[in-house]
Design a protein around this ligand. Structure first.
Ligand code: UDP
Ligand code: MG
Length: 310
């Protein structure tokens, strides 16, 4: 659970999460993302109050040296977690912890990623709802790999997915995109998003824009870099058309020159894309399971297709 200046809500969150996880063996990891309020002191207090010596439920705290942002804090939590499955959730109770047992159940049935899809969103401004709605749709349209709609980082991830995400070399990580990219069997539960339980949003407009930019950059490099090439070809064809129909090279020349320039940009874009992919360094493939070898299992562990539960 990434926490940035969450002193007003942390205690309440802890009580609800502990209640919701009563029947599941678990550890709760609070990542303090460089808070300037009493968040870290509170985390230490929660630790001190937690029943000692219990293996099936423990509380841990991780404190980052400064504010690195929500995605980095999530990554830190994933790297610390030791469980066979890990749930990422916000600290402000907008992600109801009572959903976690149902998520765990779907994981038991074989799903590697169980995301919580936002149905109604209460207590959020119209602007935030509208921009989020449009952004998810734009992103899923232009992304090289499909991304889940209306889904934040409230998800359960199987250990395999956690290991993959924490081993990524990417400096600018967009967790949701990287998780969808793995292609492991993913399902979702729809829920109504509550308003923040206390305190104010820690996602400033600036942080939101930075996150959207990262999402587009990490997942959609191919399309934007190819736009100049497409335009260039269209303009060159247009110039050819004008030249033939009008019979005038002079009228066609400016169009043709612009087309050539755009095409040249497009060629550079292709090289940039190749460099980007190389630097991004994602593996060429991921193995989901093996059979007929010493690692193999007889029965298929993964469901064959994607279903929606609610
Ligand atoms: N958060 C964080 N670092 C940041 C900003 C936010 O760890 O720089 C955490 C925050 O404490 C919360 C979660 O990310 O647990 C989501 O933030 P918030 O609820 O403020 O965003 P919103 O729901 O308003 O988009
Ligand atoms: Mg929130």
């Amino acid at each position: 659970m990434p926490c940035y200046n969450e002193e007003q809500v942390l205690q309440r969150t802890h009580a609800r999460v502990t209640g919701a996880l009563r029947d599941l063996p678990h550890e709760i990891i609070y990542v303090d993302d460089g808070s300037s309020d009493a968040t870290w002191a509170l985390i230490q207090k929660l630790l001190a109050d937690a029943p000692a010596g219990s293996v099936s439920s423990r509380v841990r705290g991780v404190r980052l040296s400064r504010n690195f942002g929500h995605q980095a804090a999530c990554l830190a939590g994933l790297a610390e977690a030791v469980g066979d499955a890990v749930v990422l959730m916000d600290a402000d109770l907008q992600d109801p912890p009572e959903l976690i047992p149902s998520m765990a159940e779907l994981w038991f049935r074989g799903w590697s990623v169980v995301s919580a899809r936002r149905g109604a969103r209460h207590g959020e401004t119209r602007r935030k709802r509208a921009t989020a709605y449009l952004y998810y749709r734009l992103l899923s349209r232009i992304c090289d790999q499909p991304v889940a709609l209306d889904t934040g980082d409230f998800r359960l991830l199987d250990r395999k997915v956690v290991d993959f995400v924490t081993s990524l070399a990417e400096r600018e990580l967009f967790l949701r995109g990287a998780i969808s990219w793995t292609g492991f069997p993913e399902t979702s539960i729809t829920y109504e998003r509550d308003p923040r339980a206390a305190g104010t949003t820690k996602y400033t407009l600036r942080k939101m824009l930075a996150l959207s930019r990262t999402g587009v950059l990490a997942g959609t490099a191919a399309l934007p870099l190819r736009i100049p090439a497409y335009l260039g070809v269209a303009l060159l064809l247009g110039a050819g058309g004008v030249g033939v129909v009008r019979g005038s090279a002079r009228q066609a020349a400016p169009l043709g020159a612009l087309g050539m320039q755009l095409l040249a940009c497009g060629v550079l874009g292709e090289y940039l894309l190749a460099v980007f992919r190389q630097v991004q360094g994602r593996p060429s493939y991921l193995v989901m399971e093996r059979t007929g070898s010493e690692h193999g299992t007889a029965e298929a562990r993964f469901p064959a297709h994607v279903e929606e539960y609610s």
